[in-house]
Design a protein around this ligand. Structure first.
Ligand code: ASP
Length: 451
C-alpha cells in the first residue's frame, strides 16, 4: 500500500485536534445526558493542559533547538560551496531587494482589499464597548510592548545586527540576524584562507549539516501528533467565540488578501521558474501546515529550509541564506495584515484616513513587518507603530488593538503561512536568477528517511 504523504498526516492531525477540541468544548459547557441526568464530562481543561499541551510544546522546543545549529552549519557550508565572494554578494543583494519588493506588494494588496471590503463600517458602538471590556487589558500590554520597542535610535537596528559575543548571540533564537552576521563573516573568511587550511573546517560543517538535517527528519515524524496537541489545546483555550462573527468581515478581508498574495507567489513562481503551482504547494505544504499550527516562522524555519532545499530544488548556497534571513525580516503576511487591520481600526473608530495616510501605511507596515519578531502575536505589537504613524490618538490605541484581539490568533496562523511561503518563493527566484535552482533531491519525506 502506498504510504500516506507527510502533509496528509499532518492535516489529519490538525483536523482531529480541532474536532476533538470542539467536541470537548461542547461537553464541558453543557455536560452530557444519561437517562434524565446531565453529567459533566470528567475530562477537565486542566487534564488537556497537563497531558496534551506538553506534546505540542516539546515539538516546538525541538524545532527551535535545532534552528541556530542548522543556520550555522548550513550557511557555512553554503558560502564555502559558493567558492567566490562576489557570488555571495549577488545573492545577498538580490535577496534583500526582492524581500522589500514583495513586502511592498503585500501591503498594497492589503490596502486595496480593505478599501474595497470596508470591514470597519457599521461596527456598532455596543460591539466596540464589549470588545474593549473583554480585551482592553491585553491590548494595553501590546501598546506598552510597542512603546518599549520604539525607544531606540535610528541606527539601532544596524547596531543590533553586530553581536559582541557569539555565544551570547547564539543563546537566543531571537538573535537570528546576529548569528547570521557572524556566520557570513566566518564563511567569507573561510573562502579567503588557503584551501588546504579551510578543508577540515569545511568538512566538519558539512558533516554537522547532514546530522542536523537528519534531526529535522526525525522531529518531523512526530509532527502529526504535535499539531494535534497544538490545535486541540488552542480550541479548548478559546473563549468568547460569539465576538468572532462581529469581526467576520474584517477576518474575511485579511484572509482574502492573504489568499491573493499566495496566488501572486504561484504566478511568479510559474512565470519566472517554470515550476507549476502543484509542484510549489506540494513541496512546501508541510512547512505551511506547521506555520499554521505554531504561528511562528522561527519555529518553522528548520522545516522551511529542508523543504526549500530538498523538495523545491533550491541549492544550499541560496536556501541557507535566504530562508533564515527571510524568517527574520520578510513577513509579507504580517505586513498585509497590518495594512488591513490599521484601516479597519480607523474605519471602526471613525478616524478618517487621507490618501497620504494610506501611503504612510505602505511605508510603516513594510518597516514594521521587518521589525516584527517571528513569533506568535508579534505582528500585533508592531501594528501599534503603524497606527501611531497615521496619527491615531494615543488614547485610542488600546481601543483599536482591543477591537481585533479576539480573532488575532487564527489570523496569525494564516499570516504565518504566507510569511514562510514568501520566503520559499523568494528562495526560488533568487536561486533561479543565479543558476542555483535544480531538481528536488527527494520526492517524498519518507524516501528521505529510508535513505
Ligand atoms: N507569527 C508571525 C510569524 O511568526 C508574526 C506575526 O505576524 O505575528 O511569522
Amino acid at each position: 500500500m502506498k504510504k500516506l504523504a507527510l502533509h496528509w498526516k499532518i492535516l489529519i492531525g490538525m483536523v482531529l485536534g480541532v474536532v476533538l477540541g470542539i467536541v470537548w468544548q461542547q461537553f464541558m459547557d453543557q455536560g452530557y445526558v444519561i437517562g434524565f441526568k446531565r453529567v459533566a464530562i470528567p475530562i477537565t481543561k486542566q487534564i488537556i493542559l497537563d497531558w496534551i499541551q506538553p506534546l505540542g510544546t516539546i515539538f516546538i522546543n525541538l524545532l527551535k533547538l535545532i534552528a541556530i545549529p542548522l543556520i550555522i552549519a548550513s550557511l557555512i557550508k553554503g558560502i564555502s560551496d559558493l567558492g567566490d565572494i562576489s557570488k555571495f554578494s549577488k545573492i545577498g543583494g538580490r535577496t534583500i531587494g526582492i524581500y522589500v519588493l514583495s513586502t511592498l506588494v503585500a501591503v498594497s494588496i492589503g490596502l486595496i482589499t480593505v478599501n474595497i471590503i470596508n470591514p470597519g463600517n457599521g461596527i456598532s458602538e455596543e460591539t466596540i464597548n464589549q470588545l474593549m471590556v473583554d480585551y482592553g487589558a491585553d491590548a494595553g500590554n501590546k501598546v506598552a510592548a510597542a512603546n518599549e520597542q520604539q525607544e531606540s535610535g535610528p541606527l539601532d537596528f544596524v547596531v543590533n545586527i553586530v553581536p559582541d559575543n557569539i555565544f551570547g548571540a547564539a543563546s537566543s533564537n531571537g538573535n537570528m540576524l546576529q548569528v547570521i552576521f557572524f556566520v557570513v563573516f566566518f564563511g567569507i573568511c573561510l573562502l579567503l584562507i588557503k584551501p588546504e587550511q579551510a578543508k577540515p573546517v569545511k568538512d566538519f560543517f558539512d558533516g554537522l549539516n547532514e546530522v542536523i538535517l537528519k534531526m529535522v527528519d526525525l522531529i518531523m515524524l512526530t509532527a502529526p501528533y504535535a499539531v494535534f496537541a497544538l490545535l486541540m489545546n488552542l480550541v479548548v483555550s478559546t473563549t468568547n467565540t460569539e465576538l468572532f462573527s462581529a469581526l467576520g468581515k474584517y477576518a474575511f478581508a485579511v484572509v482574502f488578501g492573504l489568499i491573493l498574495m499566495l496566488v501572486v507567489y504561484l504566478i511568479i513562481v510559474k512565470l519566472y521558474t517554470g515550476k507549476s503551482p502543484q509542484f510549489f504547494m506540494k513541496g512546501i505544504a508541510p512547512a505551511q501546515l506547521l506555520a499554521f499550527s505554531t504561528s511562528s516562522s522561527a519555529a518553522t524555519l528548520p522545516v522551511t529550509m529542508e523543504r526549500v532545499e530538498e523538495h523545491l530544488g533550491v541549492q544550499k548556497e541560496v536556501a541557507s541564506f535566504v530562508c533564515p534571513v527571510g524568517a527574520t525580516i520578510n513577513m509579507d503576511g504580517t505586513s498585509l495584515y497590518q495594512a488591513v487591520a490599521a484601516v479597519f481600526i480607523c474605519q471602526a473608530l471613525s478616524f478618517d484616513l487621507t490618501f497620504m495616510d494610506q501611503l504612510t501605511i505602505v511605508i510603516t507596515a513594510t518597516l514594521a513587518s521587518i521589525g516584527s519578531a517571528a513569533v506568535p502575536g508579534a505582528g500585533m505589537v508592531m501594528l501599534v507603530i503603524v497606527l501611531e504613524s497615521v496619527g491615531l490618538p494615543a488614547e485610542k490605541l488600546a481601543l483599536g488593538i482591543a477591537l481585533i484581539f479576539a480573532v488575532d490568533r487564527p489570523l496569525d496562523m494564516c499570516r504565518t503561512v504566507i510569511n514562510i511561503s514568501g520566503d520559499a518563493t523568494v528562495s526560488m527566484i533568487v536561486a533561479k536568477s543565479v543558476g542555483k535552482l535544480g531538481s528536488p533531491k527527494v520526492k517524498n519525506w519518507d524516501d528521505n528517511l529510508a535513505e
